[in-house]
Design a protein around this ligand. Structure first.
Ligand code: TRP
Ligand code: SF4
Length: 412
């Protein structure tokens, strides 16, 4: 068990923060919906969510053609809104409009060993993969640290990411731990913590002290949990005191930047039109705002089991890309009937594709409708982003006040 876990474990979900970003590098398709956005839509109901357009991250790879980014930013926000991300539950904003991300990135860069960044697996992998781009830049090496700043600026508890990004959250945890270790020990920390304990009242202070002792001297984790719950339930202590008490409890300094957890999103099973994973680079996508006629055409022309040349040839669903789409759009009983029809040549492929077309349209139609409102009136989107930015900034500023203070950057 990790004794320096973050202090979020006892906070009710609706107060825990979730932060996630997406790079604006093209329009979104059903792969993004099933892989990421559907999850965001769920998360926004339970947590306090911050979702942002990671335009600086996009620049690390697209610095030579930033026009793509500029074009994609607004379209991507519309796609999010179309998919059901709700600006009255989640804060939606653009990374570069919250300069605190950059400030935190700079400050974190002072104390992050170069080797930590060099050994993040995506660094070498992406350089290999994107050979046509020169990624031997300072910014690209710092990509995961900028991501750490994105997350830590909001003191997020959870970061929904795919498998490939887990190493970035891990780095974030290490950076936070190092930061707290280096800067969490303010002068007179112990006295301040003792003072803070007294502010909880005599009885609670005594309880805190007893629980702290049991944890530190006897490794009693139950005592640790109880003490954390006690701290969470305190209404009348300042945030600074709370952080001191959390840190003091575990024998460290003040926890200024709590360590986030990766919330692993299962890899999207969304197959593309050719049976491979849906991805822009394979040209096998259906976009979130695809016209219905286009959806229909794309499915109707999808390849099927190559053994079914004629309608009278029996087929095998296991060898058919359409079948994978049935896993998403068709219920089990209907699937059984269709599989039987395929194996016995009782149905044609176009008949079999019809329920997929219908299922997909049912999913996409409300998205197209929602998107229309925003494409017709771009100021709606501008306003949502403006409001999101303000709310996000407020939180990021709060964090930066503490970070600057901890690092000795407040000159009075
Ligand atoms: N690197 C992420 C990706 O490529 C995008 C991202 C940037 C992000 N900042 C973030 C994700 C902060 C989660 C939290 O998908
Ligand atoms: Fe694929 Fe359906 Fe045709 Fe069988 S009948 S090959 S599952 S499209």
């Amino acid at each position: 068990m990790n004794s320096i876990t973050n202090s979020h474990s006892t906070i009710p979900a609706q107060f825990q923060r979730v932060v996630s970003g997406m790079r604006p590098t093209g329009n979104l398709h059903l792969g993004h919906y099933h892989g990421v956005l559907k999850n965001w839509v769920h998360l926004q109901r339970e947590y306090e969510c911050f979702f942002f357009v990671a335009d600086w991250h996009a620049l690390t790879t697209h610095y030579e053609d930033p026009a793509v980014i500029e074009k994609s930013v607004w379209e991507m926000v519309i796609d999010w809104l179309a998919a059901g991300v709700n600006p009255s539950s989640a804060r939606i904003f653009i990374q570069s409009q919250v300069p605190e991300h950059a400030e935190l990135h700079t400050l974190l860069s002072m104390m992050t060993p170069l080797s930590w960044l060099e050994r993040v697996p995506t660094y070498k992998d992406q350089q290999e993969k994107l050979k046509e781009r020169d990624l031997s830049t300072y910014g690209f090496l710092g990509y995961p640290l900028l991501q750490s700043a994105d997350i830590l600026a909001y003191r997020a508890a959870h970061v929904p990411v795919g498998e490939d990004q887990v190493a970035h959250v891990e780095l974030t945890r290490e950076v936070a731990r190092r930061f707290n270790h280096l800067y969490g020990k303010e002068p007179g920390f112990e006295e301040k913590a003792e003072q803070a304990a007294k502010k909880m009242g005599k009885k609670n202070a005594k309880l805190y002290s007893r629980l702290r002792k049991s944890f530190q001297e006897a490794g009693d984790h139950e005592a640790l949990e109880t003490a954390r719950a006690l701290l969470e339930s305190q209404q009348n202590i300042t945030m600074g005191d709370r952080e001191r008490l959390f840190g003091y409890l575990e024998g460290g300094g003040k926890i200024i930047l709590p360590e986030p957890q990766a919330l692993l999103t299962k890899a999207s099973k969304m197959p593309g039109l050719d049976g491979q994973k849906m991805s822009k680079s394979y040209g096998n996508t259906i976009s979130l705002r695809e016209e219905p006629e286009q959806v229909e055409k794309k499915i109707r022309t999808m390849p099927t089991d190559t053994n079914r040349v004629r309608k009278t040839d029996p087929g095998d669903p296991a060898k058919c890309p359409v079948w994978q789409l049935h896993q998403i759009y068709t219920d089990e009983s209907q699937r059984e009937t269709l599989a039987e029809g395929c194996r016995t040549a009782g149905i044609g492929c176009l008949d079999c594709k019809q329920p997929v077309i219908e299922g997909m349209l049912k999913e996409l139609t409300p998205m197209r409708e929602r998107a229309q409102k925003f494409t017709e009136d771009p100021t709606l989107v501008r306003n949502i982003i403006e409001e999101g930015r303000e709310l996000a900034r407020e939180e990021a500023i709060r964090t930066m006040v503490e970070v600057r203070q901890a690092m000795g950057l407040v000159y009075t």
